[in-house]
Design a binder for this molecule. Structure first.
Ligand code: GLY
Length: 214
């Protein structure tokens, strides 16, 4: 495992996370240290703002909640011909977030978790709610106990729902995907998330809706 968080001006943070895994004994580098590590390994410093994102910032300022923002997390789970699982999760986080805010994506066991002996799982959506339930560890451990990837994703979505109800807060938009060592897949999301996932197998790609859990 390798991850980076709170890194500014680096476009390909997933590639940087892979280098953390390959070239350091560590699992997570953050902020300035991660940026220095990137520069030392030849990553260019880039301005990643767009005219649209700057205009939105000027209009609205910093976001004060996680409720009405779009999410851009990409999570990919793979199984190769030798039966080895892998995963990647990359995001800009929450647009216009509070400086220092870190979501689920770089946190091992929240946004992503992979164990060749049990399965691979990943998440997208409101990071705070995914972190709160350690969703990806929850799914992989469920598969280890014999649940299918679909059952594991449903379990994670239900856990998010239960926690929201207990806290008397609206249910956040979250979605989960899972893959087991046999190549079975699952996907589930909370109501209102409208989540589709793409599954590629033997050169064919199918796009499917996730099961909606209410
Ligand atoms: N799921 C991405 C984030 O909340 O940061």
């Amino acid at each position: 495992s390798g991850a980076v968080a709170g890194v500014e001006n680096i476009r390909h943070v997933a590639a940087l996370a892979k280098l953390v895994m390959e070239k350091t004994p560590h699992l997570l580098l953050v902020g300035e240290g991660a940026r220095l590590f990137a520069v030392q390994h030849g990553f260019p410093l880039e301005c990643l703002h767009t005219p649209e994102s700057v205009a939105t910032w000027q209009r609205r300022g910093p976001e004060k909640s996680t409720t009405h923002l779009t999410h851009d997390t990409v999570t990919v789970l793979t199984l190769d011909q030798s039966g080895s699982l892998a995963g990647i999760c990359t995001t800009s986080g929450l647009s216009h977030k509070m400086p220092g805010r870190v979501g689920d994506s770089p946190i091992l066991g929240a946004g992503l978790y992979v164990d060749n002996t049990a399965g691979a799982a990943g998440a997208t959506g409101v990071g705070e709610e995914i972190l709160r339930v350690s969703a990806s560890t929850l799914m992989v451990e469920a598969m280890r106990q014999g649940k299918s990837p679909q059952e594991a994703c449903t379990l994670a979505a239900r856990r998010v729902l239960e926690v929201a109800r207990r806290r008397s807060v609206p249910v956040a938009q979250v979605a989960f995907i899972a893959l087991d060592p046999q190549g079975n897949v699952g996907a589930a999301c909370t109501a209102g998330t409208d989540f589709y996932y793409a599954m590629g197998r033997a050169g064919q790609v199918e796009v499917k809706p996730a099961a909606v859990i209410e």
